[in-house]
Design a protein around this ligand. Structure first.
Ligand code: M6R
Length: 648
């Protein structure tokens, strides 16, 4: 989704904006732009001196076309104190156009990477958007749902719209309402727009000031000795500060180089607290790996260890952070899980795991379905929302729906302070650290670990499992990181296979029970980064239609780790093989009869069957990674995808 960065302070803004936007590239984008306000020139050392030091040069800087990307440059008009540069395509185009930001002087600015929703990726649709004479410039993340209505009304009033975006409506509304008090204009605009938004705003006659406001789209502010920042995600500003505040929903912020003020929707000043981001910049860098995805695959042992070990002491699972007594846990009669994408697959795994371990029925819904289906739920249902980012629009809406219906909500979330973390009744953090790659790997593994802990704790509270079983399970949980390490040591086996099959057209993943849940994740991972069509099937379902697609040479990946289902899965593999499929078997050491059927077999260490998903997912992640690499694709920035889906 779109990325936002803003800076005001003692340093030149444009290089900081470009640097920050680069850190947000992982969120997905198709164009980028910056707006820098005049006021506050630069000393040669990069720090600012007082007064307007805008050079005569217009900083037009070269050809606006670069490497297949259309680009445009907005020459500042004489009345305007805001200079805007925008480009379609990669950030490097914007860098080239601005001489790495040096040709756009000024110490206060906002920047944006756009992931097109309304209107094609183009220069005119890219942000910042402004009102006439660049009195106001705006960057936006989210969707303004009633923009057409606003657009129609404002057009009648004489406003001219240049782009197809919803964002431009906000810029013109601000222009309309602005009569010297930015907070008042923003407050009035908030009453007119519906939908979700995180906005960074410059007013041409307020040099050195950035305004920001958010509703349902994430935005943080950061402060440092050199100046203050806004950003849609912490990695954008980690190089400069770790002292951040997640802007509460519906609050307006005013930033100068030295001060930050928060206002509620009634425009009254309010106090907010800052906290320290515990990750360092290194955690958000590639650290020698070719891609973030590979780095994050390798970080899984640590991420799982960090998530599991603080919650286990002397073989006992500690769920105190849920804020529920053992009696309250024992009273839970049903669990309703909601999530999107990979987090939804975690919920599918949880269904098998929790039902077996705690004998509590688990319903699983896609958040986008749950939020509109007016669900029928029992009184003592616990709603569990799983989300890495904690900002996924559908998951957040599902959480609010559940709370509105009066249910207790538990969030399993990776990003501390995110919207889901703040709005859930209890939070169970996954300690994966920052996950940059669009394709989730380590966050997924920690979510699995979190649901295991929940299942064991619940099983104990309900008396379904005893002390000995709990000890056995927690001991094995603690061994999972080392087993993942062993799989990674043998990665060449899967790498070789992936290279051989990277030009496959269709791939099917089949499994039963927990292995079906893992197949869903393996299939999603593959299609999102390698663009190979793939489907996952509960193996027993194959012959009810899909088997007609099996033909000579098609690759079928069979995942089989569950003893009670192993033979059944083998039969399904025989069925596809006899119709011409090439079969890759993924199983645990010990199940050597897999080799009688599979053309190629990958083994993972033996573990308790209920935890097998944590191991089988690793070769499936590597398969997707190396297939995408084999096709020469940009693994960390797959087309059309965004890391954090903050719009519906
Ligand atoms: O941040 P969330 O966990 O809520 O995100 C949910 C999905 O968008 C996410 O898991 C997505 O499917 C991943 N790109 C899959 O790798």
């Amino acid at each position: 989704m779109c990325g936002i960065v803003g800076f005001t302070g003692r340093l030149q803004a444009a290089p900081i904006l470009l640097d920050g936007l680069e850190k947000l590239e992982y969120r997905g984008y198709d164009s980028a732009g910056i707006a820098v306000a005049a006021g506050g020139g630069a000393r040669p050392d990069g720090t600012a001196e007082g007064g307007d030091a805008r050079p005569d040069s217009t900083a037009e800087g070269g050809d606006a076309q670069a490497a297949g990307s259309a680009a445009a440059f907005a020459r500042p008009d004489s009345e305007s104190a805001i200079e805007i540069v925008k480009a379609k395509g990669r950030l490097k185009v914007l860098r080239e156009m601005t001489d790495d930001g040096r040709s756009v002087p000024g110490t206060c600015g906002i920047g944006h990477t756009r992931w097109a929703t309304h209107g094609e990726p183009s220069v005119v649709n890219s942000h910042p958007h402004c009102a006439k004479n660049k009195r106001v410039a705006v960057v936006h993340n989210g969707i303004i749902e009633n923009y057409q209505d606003i657009r129609a009304r404002l057009t009648k009033e004489g406003f001219t719209f240049l782009s197809e975006t919803d964002t431009e409506a906000a810029a013109h509304l601000l222009d309309k309402y602005y009569s010297g008090d930015p907070v008042e204009a923003i407050g009035k605009m908030m009453f007119r727009i519906r939908g979700s938004y995180a906005l960074g705003i410059l007013f041409a006659d307020r040099p050195g000031e950035i305004y920001a406001v958010r509703k349902d789209s994430p935005l943080i502010v950061g402060r440092s000795e050199e100046g203050n920042f806004i950003a849609s995600d912490a990695p954008a500003i980690l190089r400069y500060t770790r002292d951040v505040c997640f802007i509460p929903n519906l609050e307006i912020v005013k930033l100068t180089g030295t001060e930050i003020h928060f206002y509620n929707v009634d425009q009254e000043e309010v106090e907010e607290t800052f906290s320290q981001v515990s990750w360092d910049t290194e955690a958000a860098e590639k650290g020698g790996f070719a891609h973030f995805m590979l780095k994050e695959i390798y970080e899984q042992p640590k991420a799982v260890r960090d998530t599991v070990s603080p919650r286990i002491s002397e073989g006992h699972v500690n769920l105190e952070e849920l804020g529920m007594s053992q009696e309250e846990l024992a009273k839970i009669s049903r669990i309703q899980m909601v999530a999107c994408g990979s987090a939804y697959h975690v919920c599918m795994t949880a269904k098998y795991m929790v039902e077996q371990t705690a004998r509590v029925p688990v319903d699983v819904d896609l958040a986008s379905e749950f939020r509109y289906r007016n669900p029928v739920m029992e009184k003592d249902t616990l709603v569990v929302v799983v989300s890495q980012s904690g900002e996924t629009a559908d998951s957040l809406a599902a959480l609010r729906e559940a709370k509105k219906l009066g249910y207790r909500v538990l969030g399993i979330v990776n990003v501390v302070g995110s919207s889901i973390a703040r709005e859930a009744d209890s939070v169970f953090y996954t300690w994966a650290g920052p996950e940059i790659s669009v394709a989730t790997t380590k966050a997924y593994s920690t979510q699995l670990a979190a649901v295991y802990l929940l299942a064991i704790g619940l099983g104990r509270a309900k008396g379904v499992i005893g002390e000995a079983a709990e000890k056995e399970m927690t001991a094995e949980l603690m061994r999972l990181p080392e087993k993942i390490e062993r799989i990674l040591e043998e990665k060449e086996r899967i790498q070789w296979f992936a290279n051989k099959f990277s030009y496959s057209r269709d791939i099917f993943f089949i499994g039963r029970g927990l292995d079906y849940a893992s197949s869903l994740e393996g299939s999603l991972k593959l299609k999102e980064i390698s663009y190979i069509h793939s489907e996952a099937y509960a193996a027993g379902e194959l012959k009810h239609g899909t088997i007609s697609l099996i033909e000579d040479g098609i690759l079928v990946v069979g995942v089989a780790t569950q003893s009670g289902l192993f033979e059944k899965l083998i039969s399904n593999m025989v069925e596809v093989k006899s119709r011409g499929a090439y079969v890759l078997g993924v199983t645990s050491y010990g199940y050597y009869s897999m080799e009688d059927v599979a053309n190629y077999t990958v083994y993972v260490p033996k573990t308790m069957e209920c935890f097998a998903a944590s191991l089988t997912v690793v070769p499936l992640q590597l398969l997707a990674y190396y297939m995408a690499l084999g096709k020469g694709l940009d693994v960390d920035k797959p087309r059309n995808l965004a890391k954090s889906v903050t719009v519906e």
